[in-house]
Design a protein around this ligand. Structure first.
Ligand code: ASP
Ligand code: MG
Length: 437
């Protein structure tokens, strides 16, 4: 069984929804995971925020204008009266629900219900379209099998347990459709896997079912060895190991939701990144043996990074110091990305600055604190195992004309990371590209 995931642009118009069958072969047994129509989740976020802020009239306006878009979509998608009627009832149902949720006490719980409507709409619209043209398909409700625990971690065994019987109920059916992104949490409430989470859904289903392959279909020909918007002459990488892909996905190669690599890796399910515009192209295959020894594979960058520098003589020869510092970040649920230390100082980076002020106040109890905003992490992925040599030097040589704020080497066998002010990002990416490839 294969799992195919299509993102928002692949279902972004009636044309694109109809065009899915140019890629999906309905005679093969498979599960297709869909995102919401592009722009929908952003709109739902705005609507939810407006309700949370008690800006009801604004929320209602947003609902109306978004519903109008769907009216246009169904008019272009369905050709029969029956199809149109079902499409109309569907969007009425979902948009009425969204509006009704705003009429009462509105909390983040209701907000999450609103966020879930996009994927429920896109999957059902495609299912209805397939019905209209006589292609059999079964809609699998993700809310019946996709689950996260108290720590927001997906529970793969639960997915296996719930999803397997749902599929076996339909031994003769080939094409299954389900919603990306949405799930239930440990209270059984509707929740989600965070923005961009549909990739994660596909990978989790692949893991839960021991699928043959997970395919992530986008509008790009795979993961590139550098950012094609900034550097010319980048190339798609044909094969990557899970570890390399995880580093790259995290560092801003937006094509894949970073967490989606882990279930695939744990259950050894290959993930293929494919291009809807060029379906025959090889794309990028992420698999256990996809790595290449002794080479540099790719460069990626992540903006919006804040560096925090803590200088403390109490750190000298002390134990427990870093733990106390890290605990502060843990309490504020703020992940630390990069870290470097000296005997009396530590520098670390975060990208979630929601609790920055509170964090700094507490960290200041330990020493002198400095904060640099507007930083970029540049990550070079390749074979940096200790027995190789010369690669780190080549990386640093390529940025020797730029002020480097932090360097992280040796944390993983696959990456060297450099932190610099975002104003130097373009030059750093280009210089690394010319010198490393
Ligand atoms: N629709 C969700 C989002 O926009 C999930 C996804 O597209 O992967 O974040
Ligand atoms: Mg995405």
């Amino acid at each position: 069984m294969k799992i195919l995931k299509f993102g928002g642009t692949s279902v972004g118009s009636a044309e694109r929804i109809k065009g899915l069958l140019q890629i999906v072969d309905p005679s093969e047994r498979q599960i297709v995971v869909l995102s919401a129509v592009s722009g929908t989740t952003n709109a739902l976020v705005e609507i939810g925020q407006a309700f949370l802020d008690s800006r009801r009239d604004e929320a209602k306006k947003l609902i109306k204008s978004h519903k109008d878009k769907y009216e246009g979509l169904i008019a272009a998608l369905f050709t029969t009266e029956e199809g149109l009627k079902k499409g109309k009832e569907l969007i009425d149902y979902h948009f009425n629900l969204i509006e009704a949720l705003g009429n009462d006490l509105f909390t983040p719980t209701e907000e999450k219900v609103i966020l879930a409507q996009g994927e429920l709409l896109s999957t059902t619209l495609w299912h209805f379209h397939l019905q209209e043209i006589g292609v059999p398909s079964v809609l699998l409700p993700a809310l019946d099998f996709m689950k996260i625990d108290e720590d927001n971690e997906p529970v793969v065994s639960y997915i296996t347990e719930k999803l397997t019987p749902l599929i076996s109920e339909h031994p003769d059916n080939m094409l299954f459709i389900t919603q990306g992104y949405i799930c239930r949490n440990s209270f059984g409430e509707i929740d989600n896997l965070r923005r961009g989470g549909s990739d994660y859904t596909a990978s989790l289903i692949g893991a839960a079912l021991g699928a043959e392959e997970v395919q992530i279909w986008t509008d790009i020909d795979g993961m590139h060895n550098n950012d094609p918007r900034i550097v010319s002459g980048t190339k798609p990488i044909a094969n990557l190991s899970f570890d390399e892909a995880a580093e790259l996905a995290y560092f801003g190669a937006k094509i894949l939701h970073p967490q989606s690599v882990f279930p695939a890796q744990k259950y050894n399910v290959p993930v293929r990144l494919l291009n809807t515009m060029d379906p025959q192209a090889h794309g990028t295959l992420i698999s256990k043996n996809g790595g290449e020894k002794g080479t540099i594979r790719a460069i990626a960058a992540k903006d919006g990074i804040t560096a925090i520098h803590i200088h403390s003589t109490r750190m000298l020869l002390a134990y427990g110091f870093l733990r106390k510092v890290f605990e502060i970040f843990e309490r504020y649920k703020t992940p630390i990305d990069m870290i470097t230390t000296s005997e009396v100082a530590v520098s670390l980076t975060i990208d979630d600055t929601n609790n920055l002020l509170e964090i700094i106040k507490e960290v200041e109890l330990f020493g002198k604190v400095g904060v640099d905003e507007g930083q970029t992490i540049i990550c070079v992925v390749g074979d940096f195992r200790a027995n190789t040599h010369g690669y780190a030097a080549r990386v640093l040589d390529a940025v020797k004309h730029l002020p480097v704020r932090m360097i992280s080497y040796g944390g993983s066998d696959y990456n060297v990371s450099i932190l610099l002010d975002s104003t130097h990002k373009t030059e750093a990416l280009r210089s690394l590209h010319t010198r490393l490839f």
